[in-house]
Ligand binder design. Structure first.
Ligand code: 5BU
Length: 473
């Protein structure tokens, strides 16, 4: 077929069915635009859908090698379907909605690792929607080398995608489309000039290349954080060469101080449950803080606050323990909503931090993926307060300035009789993204806790250095 003739026919059809509009609009990437392309309407025009799929096939796909097609949700899905049928290649579908249950897959369809998937998209501006689909497909072990597009708005999307090794073929650039409409007197010279001028001046923001937080060394991450405790903790870890947090779950203050005296030099953080101490006195805290000073570690009170903001601010700064006075950081549940963070933000002084609980280590806990995601979002509003998350998975958050504190760790995988689940240092650091590793009974109940703390410290640090070297096999 005569491709240029068919392309002209398509351009005019798109104009006729209002898939290309001229006026004042804002794109998905937040850019003001005098021209808007909305292909959602094509489902009402089967002849236009057929023409698009024929042109994509002839112009862009015939020569390509691939095993699957995947449309970027949602507008490109019907086109991808037509192309799947035409090429007799299977289709994959990416779920766009947040997954409510852990078992729901991001990619639907049958595929094998290493197979090649071709992306179909209607319009690219920054290229970020295509990149999201590419990222999900790559997570499944699929190869993605090429995307075929109906319209390239010429605002940086092509360059962004090419720099991520996704090659682009498009039916039209915006300039080509405008020229066809001008030639056929569908738009005025002024409108055409406005659009061309706009394209020259307005480029889509380049999506920031995503850094894998777990590959950055602690000292680099110390520079990125807005929370003073995270900065100190990253720095302590880097200088003392330890990412071990001792969870000192003993009920006698003398035993706690005795143990901390022995292992203080090997840890970056000591985690307390102050309400289990049977002989609490203010002097106990004075001595604990002296050890913290001497050995250069921070103190985390694992209080897991979970009440309304007003109550939590009282629990935090009043009462027998006056936690606000001495704990460098505390653990907090997101369950009651943002008020709990507002309360702590107001009552904590500037050199304090919060670890927000995004996941738990215990078997059968009721935290869902949606809860975790909402927790991470909530934290983003309080960068100066939040030190990091208590969580179990690398994918839980991306921000390299925050710290992943992971409990449930022993040298061998196991469980206790009350549902605590233990993973190994290798698993939590190399696979699950842990930055600070909480060990309680693994050290506290050992015959020689000091020697055992050294074993943990060395093993954990080895895993961390392997991780940041990037040489994971
Ligand atoms: P263990 O002896 O290593 O099992 O102690 C783990 C500590 O971490 C203990 O103080 C718990 O209260 C704490 N913890 C946990 O184990 N799992 C979690 O998800 C959270 C805290 Br949050």
């Amino acid at each position: 077929m005569d491709i240029s003739h068919k392309l002209e026919e398509l351009a005019l059809s798109l104009y006729r069915i209002d898939a290309v509009k001229f006026g004042d609009f804002v794109t998905k990437s937040g850019i003001k635009t005098p021209v808007y392309f909305d292909l959602r309407v094509i489902v009402s025009y089967p002849e236009v859908m057929e023409l698009i799929s024929l042109l994509l096939y002839d112009h862009a796909i015939k020569e390509s090698k691939f095993d699957h097609v995947c449309g970027v949700p949602y507008t490109a899905l019907p086109i991808a379907t037509l192309l799947s049928v035409k090429t007799k290649k299977s289709m994959l579908m990416r779920r766009k909605e947040t997954k409510s249950y852990g078992t729901k897959k991001a990619i639907e369809g049958h595929y094998k690792q290493g197979e090649i998937c071709l992306i179909i998209e209607d319009v690219i501006t920054s290229g970020s929607s295509v990149m999201e689909t590419v990222a999900d497909l790559k997570k499944e072990g699929l190869k993605v080398e090429e995307a075929v597009i109906i319209l390239d708005r010429e605002q940086g999307g092509r360059q962004n995608l090419e720099s991520n090794n996704v090659h682009i073929k498009s039916l039209f650039t915006m300039t080509e489309l405008i020229n066809i409409l001008l030639k056929n007197n569908k738009i005025s010279k002024q409108t055409g000039a406005d659009v061309i001028n706009y394209l020259k001046n307005v480029q889509a923001p380049v999506p920031v290349a995503e850094v894998d937080r777990t590959l950055l060394p602690y000292e680099k991450r110390a520079e990125l954080t807005s929370n003073s405790i995270a900065k100190r903790l990253f720095t302590i870890m880097a200088t003392k060469k330890t990412n071990l947090c001792l969870s000192v779950d003993l009920t006698s203050s003398t035993k706690i101080l005795d143990l901390v005296q022995k292992v203080g030099e090997h840890v970056c953080l000591v985690k307390t449950h102050i309400d289990i101490v049977e002989d609490y006195t203010d002097n106990f805290i004075v001595q604990l803080k002296e050890l913290a000073q001497k050995f250069n570690f921070l103190v985390l009170e694992d209080r897991k606050y979970a009440d309304i903001g007003h109550t939590v601010s009282l629990q935090y700064s009043k009462g027998l323990y006056n936690v606000a006075d001495w704990a460098d950081c505390v653990t907090v549940h997101s369950l009651p909503g943002e008020g709990i963070l507002k309360a702590l933000n107001d009552s904590a002084h500037s050199s304090r931090g919060v670890f927000l609980l995004a996941e738990m280590s215990s078997e059968g806990n009721l935290i869902t993926p949606d809860y975790t995601e909402a927790t991470v979002k909530m934290a983003a509003k309080y960068p100066e307060l939040i030190t990091g998350f208590v969580c179990q998975k690398k994918s839980t958050f991306k921000d390299p300035s925050l710290i992943q504190l992971t409990p449930g760790v022993q040298l061998e995988s196991s469980k206790d009789e009350l549902g605590q689940v233990y993973n190994t240092p290798e698993k939590v650091i190399l696979e699950n993204g842990a930055d600070v590793i909480v060990v309680g009974r693994g050290i506290v109940s050992a015959k020689n806790p000091e020697a055992q703390a050294v074993v943990y410290k060395d093993t954990l640090w080895k895993c961390y250095t392997k991780r940041v070297s990037g040489k994971l096999e």
